[in-house]
Design a protein around this ligand. Structure first.
Ligand SMILES: [Zn+2]
Length: 152
């Protein structure tokens, strides 16, 4: 198996701009978060079950998550959660296992402070291509019960 792509390319930027209407710091953060989480999840989702996402956040980031995870509001495999924490939990349908990605506090505050303008800056390059561990904490969840779409 070839290693999954966890960075964002020029062609990804075109796709993001077509969907979202512009390229901004928050849409890129959401897109990269989905890529990094998806890259980790693929290591155990061998049968490539349909992905399912729980997203907690704000601003344009949810569009980046939708584009890069394939989990969308329209097709019903994206759940938006309330709360102040910014996170993406990505799982495969039917699995109790998941990956939770949370932006590092400095990254999130820098992305918010950038007010959208980020391409061709050091922060922009980091978001597009930097090591995932310099952007997010990644935690493996083994019992998704609490986040179930249909709680018992
Ligand atoms: Zn935006």
């Amino acid at each position: 198996m070839t290693a999954p792509t966890t960075t964002l390319s020029d062609s990804d930027l075109e796709t993001i701009e077509r969907f979202h209407g512009h390229i901004c710091s928050m849409v890129l953060l959401g897109a990269r978060m989905a890529r990094v989480a998806g890259g980790r999840l693929i290591t155990w989702n061998e049968d490539q079950s349909r992905l399912f996402a729980f997203f907690r956040g704000y601003g344009c980031a949810v569009d980046g998550v939708q584009i890069m995870s394939g989990c969308t509001w329209g097709n019903g495999n994206l759940v938006l959660l309330r709360g102040r924490e910014f996170s993406l939990v990505l799982t495969a349908e039917g699995s109790p296992r998941a990956i939770k990605a949370v932006p590092l506090p400095d990254i999130l505050s820098d992305v918010c402070a950038a007010r959208g303008r980020i391409l061709n800056t050091a922060l922009g390059d980091l978001i597009l291509r930097g090591p995932g561990e310099e952007l997010f904490t990644l935690e493996e969840i083994t019992d998704l019960g609490e986040l179930s779409r249909f709680p018992a």
